[in-house]
Design a protein around this ligand. Sequence first.
Ligand SMILES: NC(=O)c1ccc[n+]([C@@H]2O[C@H](COP(=O)([O-])OP(=O)(O)OC[C@H]3O[C@@H](n4cnc5c(N)ncnc54)[C@H](O)[C@@H]3O)[C@@H](O)[C@H]2O)c1
Length: 369
Amino acid sequence: MFRSQVLRQLARSARVQAPRVAAAAPHNAARPFSSAPARLNKGTNPEDDIENATTSSEPGASGDHEGQYARTQDDIRVEYPEEKDLPRSLPVQGRGGSHFKRTLATFSLDGRVGVVTGGARGLGLVMAQALVASGADVALVDMNREEAQRSAQQLVDTFKEENPDAERLPKVTAHFCDVSSPTSVNQSLAEILKVHGKVDNLVTSAGFTENYNAIDYPHDRMQKLWGVNVDGTYMYAVAVAKHLMERKAPGSIVMIGSMSGSIVNVPQPQAPYNAAKAAVRHLASSLAVEWAHAGIRVNCISPGYMLTALTKKILDDNPELQKQWTSLIPVGKMGRPEDLMGAVTFLSSDASNYVTGADLRVDGAYTCT
Ligand SMILES: NC(=O)c1ccc[n+]([C@@H]2O[C@H](COP(=O)([O-])OP(=O)(O)OC[C@H]3O[C@@H](n4cnc5c(N)ncnc54)[C@H](O)[C@@H]3O)[C@@H](O)[C@H]2O)c1
């Protein structure tokens, strides 16, 4: 900042901080908040209601509602389901297909190969579909190989249905990987390189959330959560960046964070998940800086509440949650997985050539309030 600007700012802040001379105000004039004197004798005066809503009063003095919409509830507990209880998800219909609308060519992923971790279902699957619809070949990477294989086939089938005249079908493959294991990460990438020859794009969607209050959070589950959400994101990004650097090729990495990396959700307690997603967001900025010299862009997408098969199951079991969640979203609705299709295509393609280290929030303005 220029010196003259600094001086101007100093002068401005000195003016703001200077003690105000008490002006002779009429008795009933509105009092500025900052000059309200402490009330020592609380009685029946209706103004007490307002005083009770300030730091001058005891907790609970203004009613049971205090903090009602801004606190977590210790008794909400949701465990990530066993693999056999996880619902399946399907590619979305009517979001691809050839069209003749004018659009920027830089959004195309023609000739690219993308890897999507956690791509067997949920948001990962639909983001993989966006890459396929935009011209890429895709490798789905997941803990659940069978589900990933079914999804890969479904992506090709949906593409065929929506593009009956296509000259070439996309190559979509499925690969087992536990992203929290370095060996598994390296093995799966080696397998992908064998089949596809190269990787240009990575989307890290493998991740999960659980709800326990912090005091009761089982330590092993917390470690597992960070292992998948943070270590898994980091290790896959490093593996792909190494490959890109060896090839001397540019690339784009999109990390799926969450709005929980910037705010604290209520009422469900999930401190480790929130911290994990904050880590993912900052990993994206840190690696964007570290790998900028190699032409590798790293960005984060932070979704808000999205209605996947899994969140639907959680809401079916806890119907009150849905009301509480939607009441806090300015748009008033949860997002759909397909609401991420544009965001992931933008960040993966040359349309976002100068965008790196960014966090793109897709949350219906949740984090604005
Ligand atoms: N659904 C939402 O509302 C929402 C909101 C914000 C962020 N997110 C984030 O988006 C990502 C995807 O969430 P989703 O709702 O699609 O979840 P999901 O459970 O539907 O899908 C996650 C996929 O990741 C896979 N996976 C889990 N652990 C893995 C591991 N160790 N190795 C490889 N794969 C693994 C699962 O098998 C599954 O196929 C997660 O990172 C999640 O935190 C979701």
